[in-house]
Design a protein around this ligand. Structure first.
Ligand SMILES: NC(=O)c1ccc[n+]([C@@H]2O[C@H](COP(=O)([O-])OP(=O)(O)OC[C@H]3O[C@@H](n4cnc5c(N)ncnc54)[C@H](OP(=O)(O)O)[C@@H]3O)[C@@H](O)[C@H]2O)c1
Length: 313
């Protein structure tokens, strides 16, 4: 099969096409003929090399949409020909940038019929992150004030909708050009972070979803009500992380770091919301699999709205 690989850490141009053996489904696994693979910031962070990584991931990518090609022993949920989407186990199960990907059956859910494969591939990692943060961890409910940083990003634009579907009052930070997009997704209040200091503008927030770390995370602790909580998706350096943890304790708020997990219940919840049209994914751009480097370069601008997807012809 065709796949994208890298031999060394580095800039997008280390990504190149290779031919690899097609995976074979083991017990409890399925092999999916990949139609589209979602691209996430963690892909380019892994490509460049994360602290502690000694060698590159052979094939990057955690988000898959496609057609079941093969089922392993004991698998009852799917049959060859079923359309599925899902997140390969994170972080060790990568392999979406390929014509075929293999994973435990319950990494996937059935693809809602109203989504094409590109839209479906854009959802899993980002939507699971938002869902696991706002629903499983923070249990966001009606009337709660939820602040979502980088609300127009891959995670953010889905988090806005998930918080809204739970009845929350949703506040987002984004540059002004993206406010209309976010209003249409249900955001109640938007802050142009380039002209307005969110920490001056807000208080009494119940839940913050931090996608930025750094000074934004430190200052976001000030806008939480006592007893409120922040879920942070990004670590800073250990000194900054420890300082923010101390500040959270002093202020009587909770700060938790979350790492997304493969999650069948979460995938089914996301499939249901998307199938009902209550969770819409915005695809900023799609690229052919062969141009994974172009997709990474586009994503690394940090200015995209919604998601980037690779299309496997
Ligand atoms: N821990 C986990 O399990 C987990 C899971 C998913 C993602 N993450 C991490 O979470 C972060 C966000 O992921 P993502 O996929 O949402 O990223 P993304 O799609 O690349 O985010 C791009 C968006 O960020 C916005 N942005 C940049 N700087 C901003 C600022 N200072 N204030 C407000 N908005 C800003 C940009 O809007 P403008 O053009 O308006 O600036 C753009 O729309 C990444 O670091 C990613 O690695 C972690």
């Amino acid at each position: 099969m065709r796949a994208i690989s890298q031999d060394v850490f580095g800039s997008p141009d280390v990504l190149h096409a290779v031919t690899l053996p097609q995976p074979v489904a083991g017990v409890g696994e399925i092999v999916v003929r990949v139609q589209a693979a979602g691209v996430n910031p963690t892909d380019w962070k892994h490509r460049a090399g994360l602290p502690g990584m000694s060698e590159p991931v052979p094939v990057l990518g955690w988000d898959v949409a496609g057609v079941v090609e093969q089922v392993g022993g004991g698998v009852t949920l799917y049959e060859p020909g079923d359309e599925v989407f899902g997140m390969l186990p994170y972080p060790r199960g990568a392999g979406a940038y390929a014509e075929y990907a293999k994973a435990p059956t319950r990494s996937f859910a059935r693809k809602p019929a109203n989504l094409d494969h590109v839209q479906a591939a854009a959802l899993p990692l980002a939507a699971l992150t938002a869902y696991q943060s706002l629903v499983d961890t923070a249990d966001v409910g009606p009337g709660q004030r939820v602040l979502i940083h980088a609300a127009a990003g891959g995670v953010g634009h889905l988090a806005v909708q998930i918080a809204k579907a739970r009845g929350a009052y949703v506040i987002g930070t984004a540059s002004a050009a993206k406010h209309e997009f976010l209003r249409e997704l249900g955001a109640d209040e938007l802050i142009d972070y380039r002209t307005t200091d969110f920490a001056e503008a807000l208080d009494d927030v119940d839940v913050v979803l931090d996608t930025l770390a750094g000074e934004v995370r430190t200052r976001s602790l000030d806008v939480l009500r006592e007893g409120g909580r922040m879920i942070s998706l990004v670590s800073g350096d250990p000194v900054a992380d420890a300082a923010d943890a101390r500040k959270a304790a002093e202020r009587g708020v909770r700060l938790q770091g979350l790492l997304v997990e493969a999650d069948h219940a979460g995938m089914r919840a996301i499939a249901e919301l998307a199938g009902q049209g209550r969770l819409r994914v915005h695809v900023d751009a799609s690229f052919p699999l062969a141009d994974a480097a172009g997709a990474h370069a586009h994503g690394e601008t940090g200015r995209t709205t919604g998601k980037i997807v690779l299309v496997v012809e």
